[in-house]
Design a protein around this ligand. Structure first.
Ligand SMILES: Cc1cc2nc3c(=O)[nH]c(=O)nc-3n(C[C@H](O)[C@H](O)[C@H](O)COP(=O)(O)OP(=O)(O)OC[C@H]3O[C@@H](n4cnc5c(N)ncnc54)[C@H](O)[C@@H]3O)c2cc1C
Length: 378
């Protein structure tokens, strides 16, 4: 089965590639080494309608499909995985509002996010609720016309800059996953504070922080979906989000392949290019094989989603395979670069540090295997 992009998808891919090469790549090293949030890049992405690619035009979205979204994340992440994840999490925050929001919530909040007037965040994880996301301890208690939220969220991408956060909190209506509800928290209306900033190994231009909610009063009309259905809201959002992270890993893996081809043809040892050695050729062939398979898995999962078909298992397969491919081949890319690949500031060194996180966030590789096996063994 060949996956042939439509003319519109090819145009979006070309637009994203040109943007990535001109606007993102020149600053990618600085964004990474100095941990600079790529605000100007996000503003420019908004100007060309790439901050809300798969969402309807009526809410200010790009009106394109999920395959197009994956193509954009792939192209951006090829040059800067930090910018890739900032965009992916901003897009992730919009997804539950579109899927579960009331007409009023969609009309009010989506345009703020699609236009990048506000950055979005998705706040599920806590110190005691990582893989076991059902262990959320943050509480939301109804008090008149407001829910009063208390608790601390950990590891929230875009945390320090997010103006709108989709938050999961315990409303006490049931045990475990059944007692969790989702809320749209608008920081200017319901202030919360930013706690610890994580000093990360990779994707350093994306900011990852704690969010502290202390008697944070959220209007009751900001309940997202039904009471007690917050876990369902979170899992449905993460199914789509995983395609974005798979695309990020694909971009990283493609960059490993591109850098390895370029360097092995340039660098000479024993009077001939590295690429003339079969040992190097085989590493490059193995990389190409896994990158090609990754690409098909990402586009397949996105295409299923676009066609309204079940895609949860396929998204998990894509994320698992792409992230392991990025990890495996970023190490090989450094091997091909020898000592020059091992220094701070070399692209392949950054690719290795960025690759690792794709095996962790939006569900670790172990979680993806749980999702896949649960689908097969039920
Ligand atoms: C850079 C970064 C950005 C993030 N961004 C966000 C965000 O925007 N929003 C958000 O809500 N969260 C975010 N997270 C949190 C992320 O989703 C969690 O880190 C992840 O789900 C794993 O949780 P944990 O770190 O607590 O690990 P743990 O749950 O403690 O797991 C540790 C290890 O044990 C394994 N493990 C745990 N349980 C099992 C089991 N039952 N069987 C087999 N293995 C198991 C895990 O797979 C993992 O390898 C982010 C994390 C990072 C590092």
């Amino acid at each position: 089965m060949a996956f042939i992009l439509t003319e519109e998808q090819k145009l979006i891919q070309a637009l994203a590639r040109e943007f990535a090469e001109k606007e993102v790549e020149p600053i990618a090293i600085k964004v990474d080494l100095d941990g600079i949030y790529p605000d100007e890049t996000m503003k420019k992405l908004a100007q060309i309608d790439l901050t809300a690619i798969p969402y309807p035009c009526e809410y200010g979205g790009g009106g394109a499909d999920y395959v197009s979204y994956a193509l954009v994340i792939e192209e951006i992440s090829k040059v800067c995985a930090s910018t890739g994840v900032v965009l992916a999490c901003h897009t992730l925050a919009q997804s539950p509002i579109l899927q579960f929001g009331t007409p009023e919530q969609k009309a009010k909040f989506l345009p703020m996010l699609t236009s990048y007037n506000m950055l979005g965040g998705f706040a599920l994880t806590e110190a005691g609720a990582g893989t076991d996301a059902g262990a959320v301890a943050t509480t939301a208690v109804l008090d008149g016309d407001h829910y009063v939220i208390n608790g601390t969220k950990s590891w929230i991408t875009n945390g320090d800059r997010a103006g709108i956060v989709v938050l999961m909190a315990r409303t006490g209506t049931g045990e475990g996953t059944k007692g969790i509800s989702a809320f749209i928290v608008e920081k200017s209306v319901s202030p919360f504070t930013v706690g610890k900033h994580e000093d990360k190994m990779g994707v350093r231009g994306s900011h990852t922080t704690e969010l502290i909610f202390k008697n944070c009063r959220v209007p009751k009309e900001n309940l997202l979906g039904k009471i007690g259905e917050g876990f369902k809201v979170a899992m449905a959002s993460l199914d789509g989000g995983r395609i974005g992270i798979a695309a990020q890993a694909l971009g990283i893996a493609q960059a490993c392949l591109d850098e390895s081809i370029r360097y092995s043809k340039e660098r000479k040892q024993f009077g001939r290019p590295l690429a003339s050695n079969q040992a190097i050729q085989w590493m490059i062939a193995d990389m190409a094989k896994d990158v090609m398979a990754s690409r098909m898995l990402v586009y397949n999962a996105a295409s299923l989603k676009d066609n309204g078909m079940p895609f949860s298992m396929e998204a998990a397969v894509a994320k698992l395979f792409c992230s392991e491919t990025a990890m495996k081949h970023s190490i090989k890319a450094i091997q091909i670069h020898g000592g020059y690949g091992y220094v701070r500031g070399s692209k392949v060194e950054r690719l290795l540090r960025d690759a690792k996180i794709t095996e962790i966030y939006e569900g670790t590789s172990e979680v993806q295997r749980m999702v896949i096996s649960a689908n097969l063994l039920r």
